[in-house]
Design a protein around this ligand. Structure first.
Ligand code: SF4
Length: 408
């Protein structure tokens, strides 16, 4: 079945993340969920609520916020209230490190307002305190009926567990490599913590696992083994993926390989924002990975040629960019008004060489005039030439044609 994409999803339990009437299913064959994380100070209620609203509008189906101190914990119910006023029902995930047991205990309204807790087993304390504090957090999750992501991270691995695995390894007749020891430590930390949580009373369908690393090949190796060793739903993400194209390419490379094998139930693209950059980009990249792989559809796709020496102006690049932004911006309204609109594709081509052919394959296509061609832009609708645009208003007129097509 050439080109058909992944046929099988890894079988996993299904975890439900709930806020009000909004239910987001993770695992159990549900569509892969796109999530993101704020980078505001959580204690800044308005700033954080605004960023959550933007992320949710961009398509983030879960939004994680750091809950790192008493001020942040106190702000969480107020953030939820602000979002309710704005009509944003995206479930919120609280990210806890070091003091989560105390914050969840001392701020019950925060514990209730969150729809899911993220616990990093490497950051819940050391020695005997570790088990007690981990148990306290699981007890809160049970009390408030919240799912938990046990999120292990390469950069904050449980040091006692790592030492234990290194000792065991030293006794092996053929010891594993240092890298293999690290992989085992990550996977063991996630699975043992999940088992511990179940022993403490948390239902198995309230647990999601992740083992994030920053290297593409490391992530693939770790998740292949993690996927084989448990049936918890998995959160995928390349941690510290980096800035700009590097972060996008690295995340896409790692996640595509895994998702093609059916591994991964929710994704987050951890891009370092460029100065003044838009936080929503991580949501758009996540959606585009899923859509270009044929796993989900979020927004009509624009097919555009790269342009070359035959391109007479930048009009076609601007048109492609404008149409993609226009379509994406309409989607929050369109997806309920025009069901199926996300299946549409639009071609914007720079000249006659591939223009008409590519345009005929799209729902709507336009072929702009290249060097030496007559100053006319034929428009194709559902495979047939429908009209020709000329003059200075080609971009506006083409946008109107796209809009009419969607309405019809
Ligand atoms: Fe160049 Fe025309 Fe091909 Fe676009 S369609 S890349 S302008 S030859």
């Amino acid at each position: 079945e050439i080109g058909s994409g992944p046929k099988l999803r890894r079988a996993s339990r299904s975890a439900k993340v709930v806020y009000g009437t909004r239910e987001v299913l993770v695992g159990g064959g549900a569509p892969v969920v796109v999530q993101s994380m704020t980078n505001t100070d959580t204690a800044d209620v308005i700033g954080t609520a605004i960023q959550i609203k933007e992320l949710a509008r961009a398509g983030s189906e879960l939004v994680r916020i750091t809950v790192n101190n008493a001020e942040a914990a106190a702000a969480v119910p107020a953030i939820r209230e602000q979002l309710d006023r704005m009509g944003i029902d995206v479930p919120l995930v609280g990210d806890f490190h070091y003091n989560g047991h105390t914050l969840l205990n001392d701020f019950p309204d925060c514990a209730r307002a969150l729809s899911k807790y993220r616990i990093n087993p490497g950051n819940v304390g050391q020695g005997a305190k570790r088990d007690t504090q981990f148990a306290q957090m699981i007890e809160m999750a049970c009390r408030y009926d919240k799912p938990v992501r046990i999120g292990v991270n390469w950069g904050s691995l449980d040091q006692a567990l790592l030492a234990r695995i290194m000792d065991d390894n030293a006794r092996r007749p053929t010891p594993w490599s240092v890298q293999a020891v690290m992989y085992q430590a990550l996977i063991t930390s996630a699975i043992e913590s999940a088992q511990k949580a179940e022993e403490l009373g948390l239902a198995g369908d309230k647990i999601i696992l992740s083992c994030k690393v920053s290297g593409v090949q490391d992530l693939i190796a770790v998740y292949r083994e993690l996927a084989a060793r448990c049936d918890y739903p998995l959160h995928l993400g390349l941690t510290e993926a980096g800035m700009g194209s590097k972060g996008i390419v690295a995340s896409t490379a790692a996640l595509s390989v895994l998702m093609q094998e059916g591994i991964g139930d929710t994704i987050r693209i951890s891009l370092t924002p460029e100065p003044g950059g838009d936080r929503c980009k991580e949501v758009i990249v996540g959606q585009e990975i899923l859509q270009t792989m044929g796993l989900r559809k979020f927004t009509p796709m624009v097919i555009a040629c790269p342009g070359c020496g035959r391109t007479t102006s930048t009009v076609f690049q601007e048109l492609a960019d404008d149409i993609q932004s226009f379509l994406r911006n309409q989607m929050p309204v369109w997806k309920s008004q025009y069901p199926g609109v996300e299946n549409m594709n639009v071609a914007v081509m720079g000249c006659i060489v591939n223009g008409p052919g590519e345009s005929k394959h799209a729902n709507i296509g336009i072929s702009l005039p290249g060097t030496g061609e007559s100053p006319a832009a034929p428009v194709f609708i559902d495979g047939a030439k429908a009209l020709t645009l000329r003059g200075d208003r080609i971009a506006e007129e083409f946008q109107d044609i796209v809009l009419e097509y969607v309405k019809s």
